[in-house]
Write a protein that binds this ligand. Structure first.
Ligand code: GCU
Length: 660
């Protein structure tokens, strides 16, 4: 099946510079073998050769033992398991690593550089990932769920891993996936949905063999496998009557089960847990804390070096919309900050990047940076649940980069505070991997930002373009930048305004419904009335959410006068005539951005149409077809949002455009 697959950012031609050279691979072990296999395949295509010790070589890929005998380019031997040194001199390139993954990442570094890896003046560099864990969470169900389908919030077909109720027999596609992930630096995958249903609960025990098969397909590319488990597993799978984390029988149960997991998957990464969240079971049922819950699993994993990722997405999803004292945005901070310092060393708190739920615009969660005694994973969503569901182009690199560069205490950036970056995967069994071919850019950008959170996302996009289209000339490169660079901003313009969020169709979350969640139990309100719109989250008169931030942010967000425009309605309820820093009133901003956003989508469609002669026909056609839907949907958003606010406010558009 792999033949029919889109090569994404690893087309054969991306290996031309490597494949035309004579290469020496020094080192042993499974990942060195993978590197050797990659080089051999490239040489078979382009005429180069793998050479033996002593023969002249244009490329040397060297795995040292990491000790004193290691000779890195800077005389440094130890790059850890994942780092590598790269040196170029006299038309030759050398990669030195002390771990197998480092060697593999070094090879892909050379692939990315292409000819530039060899040509030009002498260079010596050291590369190490900023974040130790760079993980994709798949919200895949083994059995097709009656409401959510197979992949919850999945927009790229069925699951890559599971089919017909079990792990796929042919896992060549999974192997190809691992290869793509390694090429952008991702080193971990969680293979099932955080909402663990009955069938999937069994992956932990009697069906662990299926997980082991997937792990074996990912391992050659240095990708470790993790599993989502239900906190109630000892009861669901039996035979215990309780899942109380302080009960010795429960502790023994997890210890025994985990031992067998490691027998089947020796390099197993660990568990991912959604507990006491949206109906999933958790420690609250036993009057225990989330630290008690997380530490139970951490203790079971500790002997094997595994990690539990405990999600902080805990809030009341059965709120009464009439109750103005409850603010969902506050929930994660309120639940978890008092537990700082209580989590085990191998427990990682996995926090969504915003306080609500992956909206197109949210402030960075105040929980990030507020628990210095707790390991932190930041979770973003590559699958575009609220950002166009892979029918719209929405390149999220700039959003993620903003999050990673945010400095919760005014000093240290999120990208340096975090131990891990996690994305909900946007990949399925679609031939283009991500449904929308341009959504591949999100996956690639995620991996590269997780490796280097300070990287310029536009430079990452350049890499993606050059790898995906090795022969891209100026016109294609500029065209791709034109349709991708501003796509997040355009999407924000034609959807919910100024950080207020939601306004989507309930349930599936695609397309506009301004009041869709306004009188629901989900805690996602905009409070629009005839006079104004937005949520008062200030400390003085509102829910107090703004005060969860450290300075300088608490003060900045507290006042509508200093709150950034793009977040104004997240933090404040203001009259339609409120004047933004931009000089526009809120109502005029709403009208203008909605007209502009649609125009930008139309323009992107036009630019894409003009690239037809430069892009492989099936790929071009898939994107062109999705642009039709994007433009239709953007117009629908524009018209519903503008009409709604015109009717509520009675304030006409100062430019007299048609609003229905
Ligand atoms: C969102 C999403 C759910 C998902 C949940 C989570 O609410 O709509 O499908 O289960 O996030 O992150 O756990």
């Amino acid at each position: 099946m792999t033949d029919a697959l889109d090569p994404a950012w690893l087309p054969d031609d991306a290996f031309r510079a490597v494949g035309t050279r004579r290469t020496l691979v020094r080192g042993t072990g499974p990942l060195a073998d993978t590197v050797r296999g990659e080089v051999a395949a490239a040489c078979a295509r382009f005429g180069g050769a793998l050479v033996d010790e002593g023969a002249p070589a244009g490329l040397v890929l060297e795995l040292t033992d990491g000790g004193a005998s290691g000779v890195g380019p800077g005389g440094v031997g130890d790059f850890g398991d994942e780092g590598f040194g790269y040196a170029r001199a006299d038309g030759r390139a050398t990669v030195t690593a002390s771990g197998g993954r480092g060697l593999l990442y070094g090879l892909f570094h050379v692939v990315r550089l292409g000819e530039a890896a060899f040509l030009g003046g002498p260079v010596r560099e050291e590369h190490r990932p900023a974040l130790a864990l760079r993980m994709l969470d798949h919200w895949d169900n083994v059995a097709v769920h009656p409401v959510m389908g197979q992949v919850e919030r999945g927009y790229a077909g069925g699951s890559l891993f599971w089919s017909d109720g079990r792990a796929r027999d042919a896992l060549d596609r999974v192997r190809a996936y691992g290869r793509l992930l390694a090429a952008c630096g991702i080193n971990a995958v969680c293979v099932n949905n955080v909402n663990v249903h009955e069938t999937e609960a069994h992956l932990l025990t009697d069906r662990i063999g299926e997980v082991a098969a997937i792990a074996a397909a990912l391992r050659p590319y240095g990708v470790r496998t993790h599993l989502s488990v239900t906190f109630a597993a000892p009861v669901v799978l039996g035979p215990l009557p309780t899942a109380d984390p302080l009960d010795a029988r429960v502790r023994d149960w997890w210890a025994g089960v985990t031992e067998r997991v490691y027998e089947a998957v020796p390099d197993f990464g660990g568990y991912v847990v959604k507990a006491d969240s949206e109906g999933q079971p958790g420690p609250f049922a036993y009057g225990r804390t989330h630290a008690d819950g997380a530490n139970l699993l951490a203790a079971a994993l500790a002997p094997y070096g595994g990690t539990v990722h405990w999600r902080a997405f805990v809030y009341d999803h059965r709120q009464d919309w009439r109750d103005r004292s409850t603010d969902r945005a506050r929930a994660a901070y309120d639940h978890f900050v008092p537990l700082d310092g209580e989590f085990a060393a191998n427990a990682v708190l996995q926090v969504k990047h915003g306080p609500m739920d992956f909206q197109v615009r949210e402030p960075v969660s105040p929980l990030i940076g507020a628990m210095p005694g707790t390991r932190l994973a930041v979770e973003v969503q590559a699958t575009q649940e609220y950002t166009g569901q892979q029918r719209h182009v929405c390149w999220l690199g700039p959003m993620w980069s903003e999050v990673l560069r945010f400095r919760p205490d005014g000093e240290v950036a999120v990208g340096r505070l975090a131990d891990a970056l996690v994305a909900v995967s946007n990949v399925g069994d679609d031939p283009f991997w991500t449904g929308h071919p341009l959504a591949q850019a999100n996956l690639y950008t995620f991996g590269r930002l997780a490796w280097d959170p300070a990287a310029d996302p536009r430079a990452v996009l350049d890499e993606w373009i050059a790898l995906t289209h090795p022969d891209a000339g100026r016109r294609l490169t500029e065209g791709l930048h034109a349709v991708l660079d501003g796509s997040w901003a355009a999407y924000e313009k034609y959807t919910a305004p100024l950080g207020v969020g939601f306004m989507v169709q309930p349930g599936h979350h695609y397309g506009p419904s301004v009041d869709g969640y306004e009188y629901s139990p989900w805690g996602t309100y905009h409070f629009a009335d005839r006079d104004g719109v937005g949520v008062d989250r200030g400390a003085a008169t509102g829910t107090g959410y703004a005060a969860q931030y450290a300075e300088p942010w608490a003060k900045l967000f507290e006042s509508p006068g200093t709150c950034p425009d793009e977040l104004l309605l997240f933090f404040h309820h203001v009259p339609y005539g409120h004047v933004l820093h931009s000089g526009k009133t809120v109502i005029q901003h709403i009208y203008d951005t909605h007209f502009e956003g649609v125009e930008e989508a139309e323009e992107a469609r036009r630019v894409w149409a003009g690239l037809a002669d430069l892009v492989e026909p099936a790929r071009h056609a898939r994107v062109a077809e999705r642009y039709e839907e994007q433009v239709r949907s953007a117009r629908e958003w524009r018209d519903q949002v503008n009409s709604y606010f015109l009717r509520k406010s009675g304030v006409p558009d100062e430019r007299g455009r048609t609003i229905h």
